[in-house]
Design a protein around this ligand. Structure first.
Ligand code: NAI
Length: 402
């Protein structure tokens, strides 16, 4: 029976999934541990679940010598030394899509608030003014939304926006099937020129750095609104500040920033602070109770699927193999260096011990190879030791069919 250790108050939905699958040896820790406490807690665990605050570096991976699989119950995985996990044959899973809806709802909520100039009006009432006017306040119905990056979140924003009566345009570097009546625009500036609200849903990194800059801001419709809940690096903040000061843009909402504070008491540094037509939120686009519950379930299901079948679909550091029922008595999981002779060596050892292969799947990625071999009978420890001793082998595990 695999021992599961969960840190950082992972949502109880994860425990429900484990228990329903028959994995009941579960230890939970409320907070994130570090140092010797963390090393002690992971010792002997076959499955570990963390969120973003547990630093899972090479020393922790070394101590977790029984670890078969690691779950990040969050989106990001940079708290884990993924390369070291890969070298040790430990797949790492996360939950990249569990908060899609939460981000989409926030974006549309902000679009409505900014079109009605609610941030300014709210502030005025708090300051003691009763500034009752319809000037510069618009309905969202009939307005045009320009979506940059029509992936999981962007396409969902588009679908919800249409339900509110918006016309939806999108621009993506990949060819994406339009949902509902959304229209694709190959030319970004043309889309910007037609959009009353522009929302960004692209990944971070070099290729998307400052997509919104002085040039693209100038291409936006006068009086338009910009929303960024993707990555902080995609908007040139100085240029946006200028476009807001000049009145070219009517407002903006930002959930992500080029440099974000590290702790609760560290203030955000930005020229946009104090602007009444700018909504600033602390990277909470995906942070809702529902998304936490979804994350708990999504990651736990991936871990259970791995424990039952060796499936690595969705792993961030591993060759991906989809779920298949075990065809025979057991399944041998063989993680190996991606070199000539690795598969030959494995199959020869099995043949020498009279084991017949009923099904075999191989996937490779970079320096890693991952083979799932279904066998007609359960091999004894001597066979496993022989496989482990092969020069190409990084890890060898057995799952017996239930
Ligand atoms: P996704 O990978 O499903 O979609 C991204 C889309 O952007 C893809 O269709 C891709 O082809 C497109 N793209 C890439 N480069 C582009 C470019 N230069 N121009 C136009 N399109 C481009 O990603 P998903 O799940 O929709 O997430 C989108 C962003 O939202 C990511 O940056 C993610 O980190 C961020 N995010 C933010 C959250 C928050 O709390 N604010 C929560 C969840 C995600």
């Amino acid at each position: 029976m695999s021992r599961i250790v969960l840190f950082e108050n992972i949502h109880p939905s994860a425990r429900e999934v484990f228990e329903a699958a028959g994995f009941t040896d579960i230890q939970t820790h409320k907070g994130a541990l570090s140092g010797q406490e963390l090393l002690d807690a992971v010792k002997g665990a076959q499955v570990v679940g963390i969120r973003s605050r547990t630093q899972f570096d090479s020393s922790v991976l070394e101590q977790a010598d029984q670890l078969k699989v690691l779950g990040c119950f969050c989106i990001g995985t940079n708290q884990v030394d993924l390369g070291e996990a890969e070298r040790r044959g430990v797949p790492v899973f996360n939950a990249p899509f569990s908060n899609t809806r939460s981000v989409a709802e926030l974006v549309l909520g902000e679009a409505i608030l900014l079109l009605r100039r609610i941030p300014e009006k709210n502030l005025r009432v708090h300051q003691g003014f009763w500034d009752k006017s319809a000037e510069g306040a618009y309905e969202i119905r009939g307005k045009t939304l320009g979506v940059i990056g029509y992936g999981n979140i962007g396409s969902q924003v588009g679908t919800l926006a249409e339900a509110l009566g918006m016309r939806v345009l999108y621009h993506d570097v990949e060819s994406k099937l339009p949902l509902s009546n959304a229209r694709v625009y190959g030319n970004l500036k043309q889309m910007l020129a037609e959009s009353d609200v522009v929302t960004l849903h692209v990944p971070g990194g070099q290729s998307t750095q400052n997509i919104i800059n002085a040039d693209t801001l100038a291409a936006m419709k006068p009086g338009a609104i910009l929303i960024n809940a993707s990555r902080g690096t995609v908007v040139d903040i100085a240029a946006l500040h200028q476009a807001l000061v000049s009145g070219h843009l009517a407002g903006a909402a930002l959930d992500v920033f080029p440099v974000e504070p590290k702790s609760v008491d560290e203030p955000l540094k930005s020229p946009l602070i104090g602007m009444p037509n700018v909504i600033l939120t602390p990277h909470i686009g995906g942070s809702t109770q529902e998304s936490q519950e979804n994350i708990g379930r999504e990651v736990a299901e991936k871990l259970v699927s791995f424990l039952r079948s060796g499936a690595t679909k969705g792993a961030v550091n591993f060759p991906e193999v989809s779920y298949h029922d075990i065809h025979g008595a057991c399944r041998l999981l063989h993680v190996h260096r991606n070199i000539p002779g690795a598969m030959g060596g494995l199959n020869n050892i099995l043949a020498e011990h009279g084991l017949n292969i009923s099904r075999q799947q191989l996937q490779t990625q970079g320096e890693l190879g991952y083979a799932l071999t279904d066998l007609d009978r359960v091999p004894d420890e001597e066979v496993l030791e022989a496989v482990r001793a092969h020069t190409a082998t990084l890890r060898c595990e057995l799952i017996v069919a239930q």
